[in-house]
Design a protein. Structure first.
Length: 390
């Protein structure tokens, strides 16, 4: 007598396909999968008898109305590729119309009380200046937007704010209707706030550490943010008062550390990683900026600031290397002109490099940080108007 093993339910098979695609375990991807029977067909099955209905549920013999893959990270530009990959692996078991690929960003758990309307606050930090942290922050924010997330940016560099310059709205100022709360500014669809919008550009913020820390806390708490999947915080360099204020008093979901491959930058980046570890903020990974310079004429790569330093540091701390971004003059040109690279040249290979890093960041956060137990308690909705770019 021969016995045949029943085929795995469709959910398990799709979970295994996704696990192969993303190189993770199927017990993670199975949570992203859901099937839904056609309501009329389900009623007909029930009328035909409970035995037939039970067999249908057990063996999945009845065709599905829809099968949904709901990704917990932003991956909009890759959804069509994922869908094609799953359909091919299922060998015609689902049609293109029956398979839906969507995404939903959850609010990550934090030690401190959440800020209204912000699901996840991500600090982009570096141990030292000059590694391109602010440029990386801005471009990652726009890359996350292009991957389908709602994103804002907070310029936490009280002494040297650069976000207004890179967004091209240095003359803009947030307004307040109650003299207590500020409306964030908007440029190219990205909402933002910065001390640079409040203090004249030619003036210096001559503040001691505690005063600067209080100013930063006010920027976060007194801004009427719209609902955001991610608030990217462009941190000042170093590990001083402002960094500790952010880590201890602000509900940071996670942090990303930016470095260059050279030894001096790596030594300081290591201090940044250690600081976040000590205060209990998860570090999602490293971004290696200025990894190489590629000649536009011949295509040859020159490793100006050494090679593979970010990868070595990431391995040392058991962290992923989220991206390796090249040294390119167009990044500087777009930053100085206030015309973000990903807005002006979204199809360029350099823009795709930032989107790859953004997808890795978003996915790593979803896999690393547990969802907040009370997901929607701090989400107040979007009745708040946002100023247009001036």
């Amino acid at each position: 007598m021969f016995f045949s093993r029943k085929a795995k339910p469709l959910i398990d098979r799709v979970a295994a396909i996704l696990a192969s695609y993303f190189s993770i375990e199927a017990d993670i991807t199975v949570k992203w999968c859901a099937d839904k029977l056609d309501s009329d067909r389900a009623i007909g099955d029930k009328k035909a008898g409970s035995e037939k209905a039970d067999n249908t549920k057990a063996d999945h013999e009845t065709p599905f109305n829809t099968f949904t893959i709901n990704l917990p990270f932003c991956y909009k530009t890759q959804q069509a590729t994922i869908k094609a990959y799953v359909l091919e692996a299922l060998k015609g078991e689902l049609t293109e119309q029956q398979l839906i690929v969507s995404q939903h960003i959850a609010s990550g758990e934090t030690k401190n009380t959440a800020v209204n309307n912000i699901k996840n606050i991500i600090a982009v930090a570096s141990g030292k200046g000059g590694v391109g942290k602010s440029t990386t922050s801005i471009n990652l924010a726009f890359a996350l937007m292009q991957e389908g997330a709602r994103v804002g940016i907070l310029d936490a560099d009280i002494y040297g704010p650069s976000v207004p310059i890179m967004l091209g709205n240095t003359d803009a100022h947030p307004h307040s209707t109650d003299n207590k709360h500020m409306q964030p500014l908007s440029a190219h669809g990205l909402v933002a706030n910065s001390i640079g919008y409040l203090v004249p550009q030619e003036d210096a913020a001559v503040w001691r550490g505690p005063m600067a820390s209080r100013a930063l806390k006010q920027l976060i708490d007194e801004t009427l943010w719209p609902v955001l999947d991610y608030l990217i915080v462009d941190m000042p360099p170093g590990t001083g008062d402002i960094q500790l204020t952010m880590a201890q008093q602000v509900p940071l979901t996670a942090a990303v550390v930016v470095t260059t491959p050279q030894d001096l930058a790596l030594a300081d980046a290591q201090k940044g990683i250690s600081m976040f570890e000590k205060v209990g903020v998860p570090v999602l990974g490293l971004v290696e900026n200025m990894s190489y310079y590629q000649c536009r004429a011949c295509g040859n790569k020159d490793y100006v600031f050494s090679k593979d330093g970010g990868e070595i540091l990431a391995e040392r701390h058991g962290l992923p290397l989220l991206g390796q971004l090249p040294l390119d003059i167009t990044v500087r040109e777009h930053a100085d002109a206030g015309t973000p690279l990903l807005v002006s040249s979204p199809e360029s290979p350099l823009s795709e490099s930032y989107r790859e890093a953004a997808r890795a960041l978003s996915m790593q956060l979803a896999l690393t940080v547990s969802p907040r137990t009370q997901q929607n308690k701090h989400i107040k909705g979007d009745p708040i108007g946002v100023n247009s770019k001036l």
